[in-house]
Write a protein that binds this ligand. Structure first.
Ligand SMILES: *[C@@H]1O[C@H](CO)[C@@H](O)[C@H](O)[C@H]1NC(C)=O
Ligand SMILES: *[C@@H]1O[C@H](CO)[C@@H](O)[C@H](O)[C@H]1NC(C)=O
Ligand SMILES: *[C@@H]1O[C@H](CO)[C@@H](O)[C@H](O)[C@H]1NC(C)=O
Ligand SMILES: *[C@@H]1O[C@H](CO)[C@@H](O)[C@H](O)[C@H]1NC(C)=O
Ligand SMILES: *[C@@H]1O[C@H](CO)[C@@H](O)[C@H](O)[C@H]1NC(C)=O
Length: 516
């Protein structure tokens, strides 16, 4: 404090013999800004000049405080009362006050008037709604300005006071009031979207505090559940895909794709479709977008279907002794069973998609069936043929019947892959491959099953029964021969012997063709 009293002392002139004394002097007081306050000063019997000083500055003489509209001198003048009434205290009233009786040369003790100022309403930066991204820390600042003494700030969440805020204050230019700021740093695990956080500023002038609140808005990418119903489902039925989403900010749009290709014309949270087998392998995805980005979820559908053929199995032509491998690429759901069988035989050769025949024999030639079953859903089958390259095989009845005097025919049935290069009939000294020689004619006909060579005798004579007929066929792999005898029709047939399959011990279900 500057000693203003000394300055006023210059005006001082003493009245000798004066015995004036203060019966009331101002005392230290505390007042909340805006409230009235009265500083007492009584000097009974004194009739001289009375002066009030504030921080050493004279406010005015006697009752004339015209420069200070909020100040009045009150009390009974005749009793020497010069109380200073401050109507509505303000911060500049926060000062030392002194009452002086000039002619009596006395002054009161300096009394300190403390003016308390409540903080302005607190302000949370960013209020009323503070948005942050999920997982980010919340960083809130609240300030409560222009308070005396500086406001203290607490943060309240769910009725509890939070700790750990960082507090700072700055003194205003008036040297008396202070502004306070508090920064709260909160872990994302401690807060949920929609909750409120309150900043409460208080000081002695506002003991109950003043509140400001902020609502926390936690934003996140869409959280998506993609449901598929019903499942499992039989091919051809209706399936509903539903993309249940939680998003903040809200969803802008949905996009659907199947197997990576966007499905046009579907833009809502639901997609309904009649499913086929492709839904089993091509996932359906739902992509949900808000301003923060997109979430994309995929689902396969458990579609029951099948069996369906991938690559068609191929028929094979292989050389005698090599391996034959057939493949049947069935797919189905639920898992299918496959069997490979030779047509006409009930023997299961394989229960895998691949059938391997090792070192094939000529009897292995024929048709093979690959059959697939998806239990309770469906079945399918494909047929392929195996052709075995090898020497010809001839089957024929070794004894053929004819009638005297009539036209007679003997036939030779040749199975041969590749087809025979040459077929020859020989008997006695004659060899005939084709055409006519005397009574004899050779004709060769190709059928699907093989080649039939027929030796025709225009009319049968007894000598024809005495000889043997040699039918021989050749191809690049070798030859086969069949010796045939003639027998008069009507004779006992006890000698008839059917030619047996060469390797009847094999169980590949060979299917020999007999010919007569
Ligand atoms: C909180 O925000 C303030 C102002 O934006 C910044 O200065 C401060 O570094 C932030 N605090 C943290 C811990 O991120
Ligand atoms: C997703 O499903 C789970 C479990 O069924 C559930 O708890 C969650 O709330 C769902 N989310 C949405 C976005 O529907
Ligand atoms: C979702 O992601 C998958 C895989 O990246 C993509 O193939 C598909 O097209 C996406 N879905 C949408 C609707 O964009
Ligand atoms: C397939 O064949 C193997 C071996 O012959 C056998 O053990 C298996 O049980 C068969 N599986 C089916 C489904 O028939
Ligand atoms: C049948 O004819 C062929 C070819 O002419 C000959 O090689 C073979 O020895 C003959 N067979 C008999 C039993 O005569």
């Amino acid at each position: 404090m500057s000693d203003g009293v000394g300055l006023i002392s210059l005006l001082f002139f003493a009245l000798p013999g004066s015995s004036a004394v203060f019966t009331q002097e101002p005392t230290d007081l505390v007042v909340v800004a805006g409230q009235p306050v009265t500083l007492p000063c009584s000097i009974p019997g004194y009739h001289g000049m009375v002066l009030w000083l504030r921080d050493g500055m004279a406010l005015g003489v006697n009752r004339d405080l015209s420069g200070y509209p909020r100040y009045d001198i009150v009390g009974d003048h005749s009793k020497g009362e010069y109380h200073l009434l401050i109507q509505r205290t303000e911060i500049q009233d926060d000062a030392f006050f002194e009452c002086q009786a000039i002619q009596a040369a006395i002054r009161s003790r300096p009394a300190h008037l403390t003016v308390l100022v409540p903080p302005d309403d607190p302000v949370i930066v960013g209020a009323p709604v503070v948005s942050l991204r999920a997982g980010d820390y919340l960083n809130l600042t609240c300030h409560a300005d222009n308070a005396k003494p500086a406001a203290s700030i607490i943060w309240i969440h769910n009725g509890l006071v939070l700790s750990g805020a960082i507090y700072s204050k700055t003194l205003l230019r008036d040297g008396k009031r202070e502004s306070t700021a508090s920064t709260l740093y909160l872990s994302p695990s401690n807060i949920e979207s929609g909750q409120q956080i309150t900043c409460r500023a208080s000081n002695k002038a506002a003991p109950n505090g003043k509140d400001a609140s902020v609502t926390i808005d936690i934003q996140h990418l869409p959280i998506v559940n993609l449901t598929v119903e019903p499942q499992p489902v039989l091919e051809g039925n209706l399936v509903k895909f539903h993309c249940a989403t939680k998003a903040n900010p809200p969803v802008i749009y949905y996009r659907w794709a199947k197997g990576g290709n966007v499905i046009p014309d579907v833009s809502g949270d639901t997609y309904e479709v009649l499913v086929d087998h492709s839904f089993f392998t091509e996932p359906v995805s739902c992509e949900v977008t808000n301003t923060l980005g997109s979430t994309n979820i995929s689902r396969n559908v458990d579609v029951y279907f099948g069996p369906r053929m991938g690559a068609e199995p191929q028929s094979l032509q292989v050389d005698l002794g090599s391996d034959a491998v057939f493949k049947c690429a069935w797919t189905g759901n639920p898992s299918l069973t496959i069997v490979w069988m030779k047509r006409g035989s009930g023997v299961v050769l394989s229960n895998k998609s691949t059938l391997t025949l090792k070192a094939v024999k000529q009897e292995d030639a024929g048709k093979y069936v690959c059959r697939a079953v998806v239990p309770r859903v469906g079945a399918g089958e494909r047929e392929v043929s195996l052709t075995v390259n090898g020497p010809p095989t001839i089957s024929s009845t070794q004894t053929q019947q004819v009638l005297y005097g009539e036209k007679g025919q003997i036939k030779c049935f040749i199975r041969s892959t590749p087809p025979p290069d040459r077929i020859a009939w020989s008997w006695k000294e004659t060899v005939l491959e084709s055409g006519t020689s005397g009574r004899y004619t050779v004709e060769t006909v190709s059928t699907e099953e093989g080649v039939i060579s027929t030796l025709t005798m225009s009319n049968i004579v007894p000598a024809d029964f005495q000889t043997i007929y040699n039918c021989t066929a050749w191809n690049s792999f070798g030859s086969d021969t069949e010796i045939i005898r003639l027998k008069e029709q009507g004779e006992e047939e006890g000698e008839d012997v059917k030619r047996q399959p060469a390797r009847s011990e094999n169980n590949r279900g060979s299917d020999p063709v007999h010919c007569s």
